[in-house]
Design a protein around this ligand. Structure first.
Ligand SMILES: [Zn+2]
Length: 404
């Protein structure tokens, strides 16, 4: 007990030291050779070997049943969760990685309700975290509420926007929110040694610079390899007073030979099966990252959603069409359906025109090559910039007309 207290105190002291002093204490490393998942007498035990003690916490989530472990930053190196998972029946999926700056997360998807039998960090000798789980009837399952945000991390919350945002009419710089998809514990699609999260972040930075050169104000939902829940991405756009929201992706599609760029705007029904699978996978990525969906959507529910959407939907549709035209006009390869409807969560802001651009598909070797080609990226960023400029002009003209 005293040892635990001293450890906590030491860690707190380390946190308050200036950054330079912290450089001496190396990051905790995950040690795969001392880690295992074992099952015995109905219980499942997860042992994680780490190079030094870290602050951590464990909790359970429902729908689907998940175990979440948050740690002060742990470097997992090149070890994959699949190596640890092995043949443990009670755990159907495992993920880990960066969650918030300075924090790492592991999420184990469970095949049914469990209770936390024990959870301890052994700090004598080699450090390890041991977590024991046991199946319980569903009525005995006690998930934690509000897991996405916690006093454990001091994340600045986006400011509340009280006044309705005035529709842009060209009188001030356009505010664009760029949303590089995935990140941190959620790598997105992975194909041919490339991660969607990295590709879209690199491209978003390039596009941000182009848009700024064109005189626009740009806010990014993330500018590093961290996890951002889907709902937070929408909140960031509201807090920034966004005139438009552009989510950037480069997914994989298992079926068919999909290739080329495509633009999605919000629609209640996805127009084809591949798109439905894409949408489902994005929502699933959020769940696998340990987001608690309880109480989500309240923020948006207070807005006069339908009324706002009636005006915003046609503006989003025009934005997607103008962008598709600009990309095609630049001679860049487009998907056979360049503009599609789908109910991606990030497109659900009722009053901010929003689109999701699939820059290409990581599952297509040709697209993968293009996505990494500096020349292609520069041309794509220029085309999107032109598209946004031309949309903003006609959108501003319409705003003025409506006001008369
Ligand atoms: Zn994606």
């Amino acid at each position: 007990m005293v040892g635990r207290f001293l450890l906590l105190l030491a860690t707190l002291l380390a946190l308050t030291l200036p950054a330079r002093a912290q450089d001496f204490s190396a990051l905790a490393r995950y040690e795969p050779e001392r880690s295992a998942i074992t099952q015995q007498g109905g219980q499942t035990e997860i042992t994680l070997g780490i190079s030094q003690p870290v602050i951590y916490r464990v909790f359970l989530l429902a729908a689907p049943y998940r175990l979440v472990v948050d740690f002060r930053e742990v470097n997992f190196g090149t070890s994959t969760p699949q190596e640890l998972l092995g043949g443990a029946d009670a755990i159907t999926n495992l993920r880990w990685g960066a969650f918030r700056p300075g924090w790492s997360r592991m999420v184990a998807e469970l095949d049914g309700p469990v209770r936390l039998v024990s959870s301890e960090e052994r700090t004598e000798g080699e450090t390890e975290i041991r977590i024991k789980l046991e199946p319980v009837p569903v009525e005995k399952f006690t998930p934690r509420k509000g897991a996405a945000d916690s006093a454990l991390w001091d994340l600045p919350q986006p400011a509340q926007v009280s006044n309705a945002h005035r529709r842009q009419d060209g009188a001030r710089p356009l505010v664009v929110v760029l949303d590089p998809g995935h990140g941190g514990i959620d790598p997105g699609a992975e194909d041919g040694g490339t991660r969607e999260a990295d590709i879209v972040l690199g491209f978003a930075r390039q596009l941000r610079d182009q848009l700024r050169r064109a005189g626009m104000t740009v806010v990014m939902t993330r500018d590093q390899d961290v996890f951002v829940p889907l709902e937070t991405r929408v909140t960031v756009a509201r807090a920034a007073g966004a005139d438009l929201f552009v989510s950037l992706h480069a997914d994989s599609i298992a079926e068919g030979q999909a290739s080329g760029s495509s633009i999605y705007r919000l629609s209640d029904h996805a127009e084809d099966d591949a798109t439905r699978k894409l949408v489902a996978r994005h929502d699933r990525d959020d769940i696998l990252a340990g987001v608690d969906l309880d109480g989500q959507g309240d923020q948006v529910a207070h807005v006069l959603v339908d009324l706002a959407r009636r005006e915003t939907q046609p503006r989003s549709l025009r934005l997607s069409q103008v962008l598709a035209g600009a990309i095609k006009g630049a001679g860049l390869h487009m998907h056979k359906h360049p503009v599609q409807g789908a109910d991606f969560s990030v497109l659900k802001s009722p009053d901010i025109p929003s689109v999701l651009i699939e820059l290409g598909f990581l599952s297509s070797p040709a697209d993968r090559k293009r996505l990494q080609d500096p020349d292609w990226r520069a041309r794509m960023a220029a085309a999107i910039t032109r598209g946004i400029e031309s949309w903003a002009q006609s959108d501003a003209a319409e705003a003025k007309l409506l006001r008369q």
